[in-house]
Design a protein around this ligand. Structure first.
Ligand code: F6R
Length: 242
């Protein structure tokens, strides 16, 4: 695991965007694994800026997002598909047909999960996976558990995740209780993983991810076993690290 210490959110966003940009320049038809949440917004903005300047383009890129709320359609403003469109895809030259998010509107759990797994597998898995980290160490929506998950699964969100996500909803009661998420094994299949972390509320999770025991109680800790994983974290997120 390589640790890159940055000073703040903007610095983190530029460094993460630089890594993604280098990946796409070196391999224009890269398969990117993407995340939603607050953490990557700055990196997406930076990539959009560089796209407008002609420094990078996404015409041949395909993407697979980590997760989606179960029960939401892609045109729901709270859905992760909507987030990706508005925060990134709508502003660059990516072919939307090559962008993939688990289908939250599919009520058939078995089918929704197996079809997403098949798509990621058929794409040859992910070249570069971008991850944020939850305050409880979750990656994607793989919450602390007794075992690491494998493929795409439907999960019940923990109270802490529901509470953390409620800031993005008008009414906390509207936060969906379930989500489809790529499994930990699929995430580990990515050839490179970049974890972005910012802010003091991530400090414990970042500490446990990098220095703690490898345990499904902190799903991100398994990234210690990945051969090409980079953590880009700011001073606040690293405040509990030695
Ligand atoms: C989002 C995702 C989640 C977030 C995590 C951190 O697609 O997979 O694991 O990365 O919950 O969220 P933020 O960035 O909002 O702190």
């Amino acid at each position: 695991m390589k640790l890159i210490r940055v000073k703040d959110y903007d610095d983190m966003s530029r460094k993460v965007a630089n890594i993604i940009s280098a990946q796409v320049i070196l391999k224009p038809n890269s398969v990117l694994g993407l995340a939603t949440g607050t953490t990557p917004i700055g990196a997406y903005k930076q990539l959009i800026d560089w796209y407008h300047k002609g420094d990078v383009d996404f015409a041949e890129v395909s993407t697979y997002n980590l997760d989606e709320y179960r029960g939401l359609t892609g045109d729901d403003p709270q859905s992760y598909r909507y987030f990706m469109n508005t925060q990134f895809f709508d502003h660059v030259d990516i072919d939307k047909a090559n962008t993939h998010v688990p289908d939250g509107s599919n009520p058939d759990i078995e089918e929704a999960c197996s079809s997403y797994d098949k798509m990621v597998k058929d794409a040859g898995y992910v070249d570069l996976q971008l991850l944020g980290i939850g305050r409880n160490g979750h990656i994607g929506f793989n919450e602390p558990a007794d075992a690491f998950s494998k493929g795409t699964q439907c999960v019940d969100l923990t109270e802490s995740t529901i509470e953390a996500n409620s800031r993005l909803f008008d009414d906390p009661e509207d936060v969906p209780r379930q989500a489809y998420t790529m499994g930990v094994q699929t995430i580990m299949n990515a050839r490179m993983i970049v974890v972005a972390a910012t802010g003091e509320d991530k400090a414990q999770a970042v500490h446990d991810m990098v220095f703690g025991a490898v345990t499904p109680q902190c799903p991100a800790s398994i990234l210690q076993l990945h051969t090409n994983c980079v953590v880009v974290a700011d001073d606040a997120a690293l405040s509990l690290c030695p």
